[in-house]
Ligand binder design. Sequence first.
Ligand SMILES: Cc1cc2nc3c(=O)[nH]c(=O)nc-3n(C[C@H](O)[C@H](O)[C@H](O)COP(=O)(O)OP(=O)(O)OC[C@H]3O[C@@H](n4cnc5c(N)ncnc54)[C@H](O)[C@@H]3O)c2cc1C
Length: 278
Amino acid sequence: MDTNLNQVFYPANFNDLFSTWNRYPDAVPYAGGTDFLRWQSINIIKLPKVVLCLDKIEELRRITRTEQYLEIGAMVKLNQLFRLGKIVPQILYRCMENIAGVQVRNISTIGGNICASSGLHDLSAVLTALDAQYEIRGANSTTWISAVRFHDKNPLKKQEILTRIRLPLIQWDYSIYKKFPSKDNFLDNLSAEVLVFLARAKKTILTDLRVVYKSGKILRNRNSEDSLMGKNLPLSRKIAFEFVENWKEFLGGRRDVSEFSKNALLKNIEENVFLLSD
Ligand SMILES: Cc1cc2nc3c(=O)[nH]c(=O)nc-3n(C[C@H](O)[C@H](O)[C@H](O)COP(=O)(O)OP(=O)(O)OC[C@H]3O[C@@H](n4cnc5c(N)ncnc54)[C@H](O)[C@@H]3O)c2cc1C
């Protein structure tokens, strides 16, 4: 065997995948490939030495639905999710609409967007806000981890893959998705920042609120969310104002968010919380 050549394997199932990985410990999983190819405009593209293409593993392409959950295999393409229609939470729809163009969405997968090594991608904010759970498999292990923990610090060990995403099916009364440019890279859609704002109410009582912000990392201010729980809708202007002040204080001391981003974020939070007020 010529060890200088690239090798691409197409395992047909998990046994195949992990036994190949055992033989080639440095092999790299490959989903749609868009993250590998993104910055390569040359004729002969560079790939990792040994590639494990996940395309033939049927289980990774499955989508199932129970009364409470939607389960999505890691190899499901972003555009396939569009075709599922109303069952897909509206916020996820909005997020995917804003990812690249149709051609890229036809080949890039939900698992690739979650695991991309080039930083946090847009789905991370939405899946965190929706309280998604991720299934991770190794040769002898299967574990579930919350999206919030996964995106805080990618826990994938060597020779482990993301296999499934489990989404709770909750109806949100109010769901807003905002994507705005970051200061450092106005032109790069990928390093844009994202705000997810979800709320639901029982009659006129606010019962759930989640506000998630993604820049280089994911931020959530639980204290501000708790302060609105059980409040009557529409919120009073005073309560809405206090919510914005709480966020201002939360962001105040943070060095990992630029002043530019703080201002953009606060403006968006203010806009949205005041939409819930009288
Ligand atoms: C022109 C362009 C514009 C884009 N714009 C946006 C944008 O606006 N917002 C946004 O969020 N993204 C954007 N993207 C990124 C795109 O969404 C990601 O490249 C894509 O989601 C990665 O998916 P993939 O299936 O191609 O993954 P791949 O490129 O195949 O893999 C990505 C990484 O994840 C690893 N991986 C893949 N699947 C698994 C798995 N199941 N388990 C473990 N590791 C895995 C791979 O080893 C690799 O390191 C853009 C990409 C392009 C090319």
